[in-house]
Design a binder for this molecule. Sequence first.
Ligand SMILES: NC(=O)c1ccc[n+]([C@@H]2O[C@H](COP(=O)([O-])OP(=O)(O)OC[C@H]3O[C@@H](n4cnc5c(N)ncnc54)[C@H](O)[C@@H]3O)[C@@H](O)[C@H]2O)c1
Ligand SMILES: O=CCCC(=O)O
Length: 455
Amino acid sequence: MYATVNPATGELVESFDAATDADVEAALSGVAGSFAAWSGRPLAERAAIVHRVADLFEERADELAAIITLEMGKRLEESRGEIDIVAAIFRYYADNGATFLADQELTIEGGRALVQKRPIGAVLGIMPWNYPYYQVARFAAPNLVLGNTIVLKHAPSCPRTALAIARVMADAGVPEDVYVNLLATNEQVATMIDDPRIQGVSLTGSERAGAAVAARAGQNLKKVVLELGGSDPMIVLDSADIAATAREAAASRMGNMGQACNAPKRMIVLADLYDDFVAGLVAAMGELVPGDPTDPATTLAPLSSLAAADRLVDQLERAVAQGATVHTGGGRVDRPGAFVEPTVLTDVAPGTDAYREELFGPVAIVFRAGSEEEAVALANDTPFGLGSSVFSTDLERAQRVADRIDAGMVYLNMAGGSQPDLPFGGTKRSGIGRELGPVGMDEFANHRVLRIPAS
Ligand SMILES: NC(=O)c1ccc[n+]([C@@H]2O[C@H](COP(=O)([O-])OP(=O)(O)OC[C@H]3O[C@@H](n4cnc5c(N)ncnc54)[C@H](O)[C@@H]3O)[C@@H](O)[C@H]2O)c1
Ligand SMILES: O=CCCC(=O)O
């Protein structure tokens, strides 16, 4: 099931044997057995190793970028950009870990108390293909600095990436039983969640996978962090230059070929700007040129796999059958590989599939809103609650609208994107918990209380 398949051509490059049950047992005993020594090392030593992880990502940037471009089709320039943020995340936790983990003193009735953040043991990470290094970094960096040990199960389409990360970890000095990569099956994941040597599990991926993993973790009374899908609204209230706003919307939507959980997928535009916005968006989407993702001239890369392209086109066909209007795109690009045309849809009605589903690819849906009120109602009428954005020349107006959005993140006058020092996560079916920022280090920490009597 683990294989490197080039989505730009559909060619199978290499397949990999999945882990054996003996590999799973060795991984579990390794990460559990190494916990005492790893968590017992001075924090500064762990941080120094994590710093070295950041350095190695940068030193190997070209090689590492080429691997993800081959395995999931990202444009090489974007792959290099991913390495930059990965290095920044490892450095952020290495530099700030001591501050984030400092004891918190509480004045309480009858004395005082300290809240001490302590590691909990071995944790399991299950990661997707869309940002194959970055997703691992968000999970691994805080946990390694905190003192937890890690079993990492990557996406079946990213085995070379998974092995390259493990090599970086080992070469940086992370002991081999502290970060263990496992090409595990879903059944083996379930076995690991059941195992008392695993203390918690973090999954980034689809709702389906999140629900399966959370159910298993729940049966075992184990902590989960879930970073799942999104259908982020981008509300445009007013604009000094609606053509520029539309171009910006297209750029944000098309990052990673639209395969970002927090891309603006539903654009909600006030009626007076709507026609110009749609025209600008259609023009910007229409400029993209398909090609080899390793070629710097390419602006339209393939999706991550032929299956992903088929799934998206099926969603588009259903949308049209259910009444949506296609302004540009709507199908596969006529060439080999997992290419899908950049697509703009309108007239997506409540009750239709496209109104509620996440469209994970180069598709923007635009809604016309008659008022701020209606824009907010449309924005919140989704099972998801990951990111969102509000655009206006009047920041107070934007903030007033932002206050009414039910999402984990609301950005003003920018859409999508993330940075190491900014917490990331969602409400509703977009997940549970947060990654990045100071809180990203809290999820798998025991917030242990030390009560000290008044003297
Ligand atoms: N919120 C976020 O931070 C975030 C970030 C990136 C991607 N995503 C979401 O991820 C999805 C795309 O990723 P994907 O298609 O790789 O997701 P996916 O759920 O198919 O796979 C994610 C990981 O879960 C594993 N998995 C799948 N089913 C499992 C099961 N039953 N038991 C154990 N493991 C299982 C996969 O093998 C893979 O490693 C989109 O919905 C996207 O929005 C969310
Ligand atoms: O796919 C989700 C993460 C993308 C990002 O953090 O910018």
